[in-house]
Design a protein around this ligand. Structure first.
Ligand code: SAM
Length: 290
């Protein structure tokens, strides 16, 4: 082998090694910020074992969900209770009967988990922005364990409600929703255009965390088919992570352009904690002036 050939081979080998590293990194990181084994294993455990009784205290699970602070929980409950004092608080409280949730006493409204308060506040946003959800077709992308879906069903009776999530979180969601007899809610891991266009697509702290190529699949299948949408976009906080650039997720401005919506980045639509880390809300097809 000539010395020139040796140099070329050595460069080629280094390049291949780099490619391999990058490839395994990408596949290890999966489709989104939460598509990684410790979280998926926690979901699997909760979906199939007695771990269900304590998953909301599980460390790996709480790195992804169930980490709203007590203070943020207070702000969220204050906003919702001022807007809709007539809400069915005791019915909402039932969200915390499963999963070993640690509740906090919030004055006259009693005990809730801060995360349930977030789901209640989001319901109040959606109600102000879009009105009555009875008889509507709703799709939620990345629904956690189904807490938001359950809160919406405690107030309204949508015509259909579909949650799309990864297989392990989806199995946990099914188990959680079955505790409330909500078998009418469809939980799936397949992205596919529904026969009837949705009336409303929701995705909070979820579609914003997903790799751009898959974001586009979700947009084409659901969001761009729907006249109304509500998405809390937490991409700014995530993009600070060094490896995040491989997912190359859309900014809130790009999303707004695609869906023809509005970006909201003010209180009370977002809490102090949301605003502190640059989260925004992207909505379209709203009835309320903002
Ligand atoms: C931070 S959690 C937010 C959950 C819920 N929306 C909430 O507000 O509590 C992100 C959610 O996105 C889901 N997720 C991750 N990758 C996904 C993907 N490729 N497709 C759909 N959902 C995904 C996670 O399983 C999880 O349910």
């Amino acid at each position: 082998m000539t010395s020139l050939m040796k140099i070329t081979t050595s460069i080629q080998n280094r390049y291949n090694k780099l490619k391999l590293k990058r490839g395994s990194l990408l596949s290890a990181r999966g489709s989104s910020a939460s598509d990684f084994e410790p979280y998926l294993a926690a979901c699997r455990n909760a979906a199939t074992t007695d771990g269900f009784n304590s998953f909301r205290k599980n460390f790996e699970y709480r790195r992804i969900l169930e980490h709203v602070s007590i203070e943020d929980g207070r702000e969220l409950l204050d906003i919702a209770s001022k807007r809709f004092p007539e809400y069915p608080w005791n019915e909402f409280r039932r969200n915390d009967e499963f999963g070993g949730a640690e509740t906090v006493e919030y004055g006259r409204l009693g005990n809730f988990t801060p995360t349930t308060n977030r789901y209640i506040k989001i319901l109040s946003d959606i109600e102000l922005l879009f009105g009555d959800l009875n008889g509507k077709r709703i799709v939620e992308i990345g629904g956690g364990y189904g807490g938001q879906a359950r809160i919406i069903h405690a107030r309204f009776t949508p015509k259909s409600y579909t949650i799309v999530d990864l297989p392990d979180p989806a199995a946990l969601t099914r188990r959680y929703l079955d505790c409330f007899g909500l078998s009418n809610i469809t939980v799936t891991s397949r992205i596919s255009k529904p026969d009837m266009a949705p009336d409303l697509v929701i995705s909070n702290y979820a579609l914003s965390e997903i790799r751009r190529k898959i974001q586009n699949e979700y947009l084409n299948a659901y969001a761009l088919q729907s006249k109304h949408g509500y998405m809390i976009w937490n991409v700014k906080a995530l993009t600070k992570g060094r490896l995040w650039r491989y997912h190359h997720p859309m900014s809130d401005r790009e999303l707004r352009k695609r869906v023809g919506g509005t970006i909201i980045s003010t209180s009370p639509w977002l809490t102090s904690e949301d605003l502190a880390i640059g989260n925004s809300l992207v909505v379209w097809g709203t009835k309320a002036a903002m």
